[in-house]
Design a protein around this ligand. Structure first.
Ligand code: EPZ
Length: 416
């Protein structure tokens, strides 16, 4: 299992390129199952979760060629299954459920099970498909779904679930009639997926708002090619790195309009921003100011940025109150940050972070994707050496984060 060795503070400076958005790549790759033919996707990031989605599509009979551009041919899909051994490594595998039922009328998808950050049920996905006429049974940890043909209906989400919105939007594109999804999630990744589906011939209105209207069509066709959006969470992660280390870095190719809530909070923390012709220059101050944060569905402050923001707050001037409202157990990074000298107390879903002068390097362990990013930030702050174990979590969601940091001057080494 790989480890990351970070040999203390370094002054980071320079320019890095923001990769394609992981959480846009995964649903868009799954959506290729809806339209037989050759799909050509650009800016797909080379990271573990994308390789897992590639394996899923290959096992179903599709072909995937991935060097620079990602070419997916779903003409010969002849298996309609997502097996547990893949789903247990990537919950987003659930995104093949909607497309398989919509195009082939059947699917066998392993229930994703929980993960480090929470129970993460998929009841809203299942209930929505049932409302569209799918017959669903849960046996031996698998979802068995069949549908002669899905029909348009009205669906209301008690919680604006991101992949739930994506699954049902994809299923509705081939349903008979019109589907309305109320209290839909509004993330930019959902808009990107909707744009790709529309390029394939789908009829979708309201993507990015809480009311989605999809008018079913008889079939979809792959468009010529499509470039996915850049990753707003990778962008936010590098902004937190700049804030934590007083760095001056340029983030090339990011979408500033996707990160309003992040920029607002980071400005309060004392970071300055300058737009460049194709990106954003981020300048951290000598020591960040403490700022309170509460995670909310988009366009609020993203839960996927909570751990990274907390790492920056460990050495801030003052006390920061961080409230996690999306997942029930997304404070796994706190124990590790405290081993590095952070002063954090947790009360339910609220963490109180009292800024300390400095962190001490230590051997720590990553527990989930964004927790591992927060440990990298803490390692860049600490004077001494930090060794981060289980960094496969990091590799699941970031494209060569360590290489990008080395390019900025960080003293980081990957130990096999
Ligand atoms: C997506 O997960 C993202 N993953 C997550 O990013 C992100 O943290 C999350 O949205 C919230 O923004 C992808 O897009 C691949 P949800 P998802 O369904 O769709 C509850 C990362 O770091 N819920 O919006 O699984 C659920 O338990 C990952 O890149 C139900 O109760 O999240 C949670 O409390 C981590 N029933 C809340 O809704 C359901 O059927 C939000 O979950 C579905 C969800």
């Amino acid at each position: 299992m790989d480890k990351l060795l970070i040999s203390g503070r370094a002054s980071l400076k320079g320019e890095i390129k923001i990769s394609g958005a992981k959480n846009a790549a995964l649903p868009i790759m799954a959506s290729t199952l809806l339209a037989p033919g050759v799909h050509t996707l650009k800016r797909i990031p080379r990271l573990r979760d994308v390789f897992t989605m590639t394996e899923l599509i290959r096992r179903m009979g599709g072909s995937v060629h991935f060097d620079g551009v990602c070419i997916i041919d779903t003409t010969k899909i002849n298996k309609f299954e997502a097996s547990y051994d893949l789903v247990k490594t990537m919950r987003a595998s659930i995104l093949v459920l909607g497309p398989l039922v919509a195009r082939f009328g059947k699917a066998k998808v392993s229930l994703p099970g929980g993960c480090a950050i929470g129970a993460r049920p998929v009841n809203l996905h299942i209930r929505g498909l049932e409302k569209m006429g799918a017959k669903i049974s849960l046996e031996e940890g698998y979802i068995f779904a069949t549908a002669r043909n899905l029909k348009g209906t009205k669906i209301y989400f008690d919680i604006p679930t991101v992949t739930g919105t994506e699954n049902l939007m994809m299923a509705a594109t081939l349903a008979k009639g019109t589907t309305v999804i109320e209290n839909a999630a509004k993330e930019p990744e959902i808009v990107d997926l909707a744009n790709y589906l529309i390029e394939m011939g789908a009829k979708i209105k309201g993507a990015g708002t809480s009311i989605l209207t999809i008018e079913g069509v008889p079939e979809l066709k792959p468009p010529s090619e499509y470039e996915i959006i850049p990753d707003r969470i990778e962008t936010g992660t590098f902004i937190a790195i700049a804030g934590a280390c007083g760095a001056d870095i340029v983030l090339q190719g990011c979408r500033i309009d996707h990160i309003d809530a992040i920029i607002l909070k980071m400005k309060d923390a004392g970071i300055t921003f300058k737009e460049t012709e194709n990106g954003l220059r981020v300048i951290g101050s000598r020591r960040p100011q403490a700022v309170d944060v509460k995670t909310m569905p988009y366009p609020g402050f993203p839960t996927d940025m909570q751990a990274q923001f907390m790492a920056m707050m460990t050495i801030a001037n003052g006390t920061s109150i961080i409230k996690e409202t999306i997942f029930e157990n997304r404070f796994m990074h706190v124990a590790e940050l405290k081993r590095m000298g952070a002063n954090i107390t947790i009360e339910g879903n609220t963490a109180t972070v009292r800024g300390v002068k400095k962190l001490k390097g230590a051997p720590v362990m990553a527990t989930d994707l964004r927790a591992s990013a927060s440990l990298v930030i803490a390692g860049l702050i600490a004077e001494e050496e930090t060794i981060i174990d289980r960094i496969y979590h990091l590799d699941r969601g970031y494209e060569e984060l360590d290489k990008k940091l080395i390019k900025l001057g960080a003293k980081i080494k990957r130990i096999k």
